[in-house]
Every structure is written in C-alpha cells, then in structure tokens.
Design a protein around this ligand. Structure first.
Ligand code: SF4
Length: 507
C-alpha cells in the first residue's frame, strides 16, 4: 500500500524559447506520488511526458528550455529552486532515471563495473570506500548472475535485457526515493520485458521506492501502475486510480486512447487515433524550427527551405512528409530527417555521432552513401564518431584513435590502417577480422583506466605488451610514425632504446 507523500509536482511549466516563439512543452503539470506508489504517465510522442520527467531531474536542454514556474517538492525540498550543485547531490541519490535505450545510455568503452562504480561514486561523494562491493551488490539486486565476473564485461558482451538491468542497477544502486523509468522496456522483446517489469516490482516491494513509468503502452500501465496521468499537448488531461480510470475514462482523449487498445492485457502500441495533436512536433515543424533558429528568421519562406532540406536527404514526397509525425516513419527515414535538420542550414562542419547504429545494414549503407553525396555537393566537412572501423574505412579521409580521453594516434586513414603505430591501434585493428565487416571492437584484455583515476604515464600501459618503465612514468610525447601520421607512444622515440624493460627490473 502506498504510504506518505514523497514527491509533489505543482503547476510545473517548462517552455522552449526560440526566435519563432515559445513552445510550452510542459504546461501546468501537477501530481503527487507516495512511497511505494507507481504512477504511469501516458500519452503520444511529443505530449510532454519525457520533458516532464527531465524537468523533475532538471536535465532539460538549457538554455533553449527553462522551467518558468511551478514546484517539484521531494521530501519537503523544492528541486526547482536548488542550486546546480545541490541538484547534483539529489540527482541519482534521491531521484534517478532509467533511460530508454541501453545501447546509447551505456558507454561502450568502459566496463559495466566502471560505469556502476562511477555512478555510485558520484552520488555518494566518495563516502563509501568500498565502491566495488557496492557495485557488485547493485548488480546482484537487479538479478545479474555472477556479478563479480560481469563487472569486467563491456556492454557489447551483454544481451539487451542484461544491459537494461545494468541501467537499473545504476539507477537503483544509491537507493533513491523515486525512480523515473522512461520507456525502459522499449528495446526488449516481450518475455524479457515482462521479466524486467517483475524485477522492478520486486525491488519496489523490498525498498519502498516510488516509481514513475513513462510509457506509450497501456498494457504496462495496467500491469505496473497504481495511478495514471494522461498527458496531451503538454498538459495532464486526466489522472486517477488506474482501475477506476481504465474502467471509466472521463476525458475524450483518454477514451480514444483506450479504444485504440484492443485488450488491456495486451501490449500493442497505440497511436491509432486519427489526426494529430496540436503540439509543434510534426516533422515539418521540427525542420522549420531548426532552420529558423539557425537563420535568425532571415528567410521568410522557411516551409520551402524545410521541404528542400528533406528533398536533399532523398525523402520522397517531402511536402507530404512535412505533416507526418516521427512515429509514422521508419528508422531509416527518421535518420534522414535528422540529417535534414543538421544539413538544412548548410553548415561547414557536421558531427555525426554513431549516426547509423540503429539502422540495419542495407539502410546504413544507403545513409552513408547519401552523406557522401551531400558532402560532394556542398563541400561540408564531417566528423564521424564511431566504433566501427568498417565505417571509417568506407567514409573517412583521416582518423583519430582515442583512448581514455586522449587522441593516441592520428593520420591518413589508409596509411594508419596499413601501418598502425600505437599498440592500442594495433590491438584494435587485430580485433577486426576483416575491414569490410562491422563487428564490434574492444576484445583486448584488461580495461581502460577510470577517468577519475588516470595514471601519470601512458594510459594504455597496464594493457600494453610492450610497456617499459618510462611508459608508467611519463605520458608519451607525440612521435611521427610516417609523414602526417602521429602516435603517442614511447616506442617512436629515441629514448626507447635506453628504456628499461619492466621485466628486466622485476627480475
Ligand atoms: S608508450 Fe609504452 S605503454 Fe604506451 S603504448 Fe607505447 S609502448 Fe605501450
């Protein structure tokens, strides 16, 4: 049974400000949450539910977005008026969020253990010296088998369900009073989804934490929640006890949503309602908004410019697609729209951060070709951030290899791939069976150092088969492997000839 009130949200308003006006993403949201209670926030994409959650944690995209009024009272304290530093203490330790997508929420270059330890360490301000044990406990609490061993795994070595558990461990590890789970099971298949939901319920029973579920899925709400708030266009249009509201929805929007779910026990997706919400989130609006922000309203005919931008990324019938919502488009098409938003104002440099991870192989290839074509037409420069050496080989002129926060090698892509100078790059290259394949990397023994405990010397030294004393003592100067090809490794310097092998000293 839910207990005392732990969270009270009063008339919360979060607005986005841009040159074209104000977008009221959260427009007067109020609700209360008790200990041990699970509240579902439901509604279509763009209704403001995720922005409500982000406002509670104060992780909205500033300065474009601002909480303009309202209160978020957690255990008697108003989070809206806290300083950033106070909020950092609260975030994660008293109120935490489980994000949608484990693929992007976990950092692929750090072990699971490092990531859980880092999260616990941040929240606990280093109070608890035995963070390793605490991290193992957190993994155990989300039913990760053999947690000591899994601490050393990297995200790509885990299944989707297991990664989602790790995100749960990160959120739950500091025993927060409130967990916000934003579509936490979207990426999981149905059986794993069910397991994960049961697990959250069990942990809730053990700890008494309150949960806010953000979801499109009325099946999840029926299974998991005590109460529900239905959002539409930035507002809560109806809220109440979950059974009561499902049996007798009062608002026409809730009635329409309910009618679009064939059976309450099933987990079919929604969005079968005709027409569109009035929110400013149609594809066209989003492209226009991006163009308008960049162009300072110079160009009065933004609609035509947005259509052109969609056409430039080969969206068929762009005038018609302007009125579509993201959920009406395939993954590949959505990726193109993101491309149109980025490319629409003809920037000089585009940064593409793993832009094709969510796409299947053929669509990925199409999209990469498209970017290359646009680059040839416009002359823009591209920075590709990727794990995938196949993409680098296909797309890039030059490459910079990063390790533990630093570029350890850079140069012309063919030269560097043919003759890598840094042992880390060599190990990476050796772990790619063929350059044309897109297997994930990082099968090298050991782990990168934690970024909060970096050594003075070479950051790769603990994993490097060539390491000598000097490697542990001093960070390597850049050395020239070939013309225009630089690696940070002592082996490329004259000093290497005199360096003492570690084994010689040990012996
Ligand atoms: S500097 Fe030493 S430890 Fe670092 S990569 Fe080069 S040989 Fe290995």
């Amino acid at each position: 049974m839910p207990g005392d009130v732990v969270l009270e949200v009063k008339d919360l308003h979060t607005y986005f400000f841009n040159r074209r006006g104000i977008t009221k993403a959260v427009d007067g949201v109020s609700f209360t949450l008790r200990e041990g209670e699970t509240l579902g926030i439901v509604g279509e994409s763009g209704c403001g539910k995720t922005m409500t959650a982000r406002s509670l944690l104060r992780i909205i995209p500033r300065p474009a977005a601002r909480i303009v009024s309202g209160e978020v009272i957690l255990d008697g304290e108003n989070l809206v008026t806290m300083s950033d530093e106070e909020m950092r203490q609260v975030r994660g330790s008293k109120i935490a969020m489980i994000f949608q997508d484990p693929q992007t929420s976990l950092n692929p270059v750090f072990t699971i253990g490092n990531q859980v330890i880092e999260a616990l360490g941040t929240h606990e301000g280093g109070r608890n010296r035995n963070l390793f044990d605490r991290a193992v406990d957190a993994l155990r609490s989300v039913r990760v088998a053999a947690p000591e061993r899994r601490m050393h795994d990297f995200p790509h070595q885990m299944s989707g369900g297991m990664k989602q558990r790790v995100l749960g461990a990160i959120a739950i590890g500091s025993a927060p009073r409130v967990i916000i789970a934003d579509e936490p099971t979207t990426a999981l298949d149905a059986t794993i989804q069910l397991q994960y939901l049961r697990l959250l319920k069990d942990i809730q029973e053990e700890t008494g934490m309150a949960i806010i579920f953000i979801t499109h899925d009325f099946g999840i709400v029926a299974r998991m929640c005590d109460s529900v708030a239905v959002m539409y266009a930035g507002r809560v249009v109806e809220r109440g006890d979950v059974r009561q509201l499902f049996n007798d929805p009062g608002h026409p929007y809730t009635q329409a949503l309910m009618a679009s779910v064939p059976q309450m026990e099933r987990t079919d997706r929604l969005f079968a309602i005709d027409g569109q919400p009035p929110a400013l989130y149609a594809i066209g609006n989003q492209v226009i908004e991006a163009l308008g922000t960049h162009e300072g309203g110079r160009n009065r005919n933004l609609f035509d410019r947005a259509v052109d931008a969609l056409r430039s990324v080969r969206v068929a019938a762009p005038e018609r697609r302007m009125h579509d919502f993201p959920h009406q488009m395939s993954g590949g098409m959505k990726q193109r729209v993101l491309g149109a938003i980025a490319i629409g104002s003809a920037p000089r440099v585009i940064i593409a951060d793993e832009p094709t991870t969510a796409l299947d192989a053929t669509i990925q290839l199409q999209y990469l070709r498209l970017l290359k074509d646009i680059q040839e037409e416009t002359g823009m420069a591209i920075i590709f951030i990727t794990h995938d050496f196949g993409i680098v080989a296909r797309m890039c002129d030059s490459v910079a290899v990063m390790y533990a926060g630093r570029v350890v090698e850079r140069g012309d892509v063919r030269q560097l791939f043919n003759d890598p100078g840094h042992p880390y790059t060599q190990a990476l290259m050796a772990s790619v069976p063929q350059m044309e394949r897109t297997d994930r990397l990082f099968a090298i023994d050991g782990q990168p150092p934690a970024l909060y405990a970096l050594p003075d010397g070479c950051r790769f030294a603990d994993r490097c088969g060539h390491a000598r004393d000097i490697c542990h003592q001093e960070y390597p100067q850049p050395g020239e492997a070939a013309e225009g090809h630089v690696a940070h490794c002592w082996m490329l310097h004259k000093v290497w000839q005199d360096a003492v092998p570690v084994t010689a000293e040990a012996g």
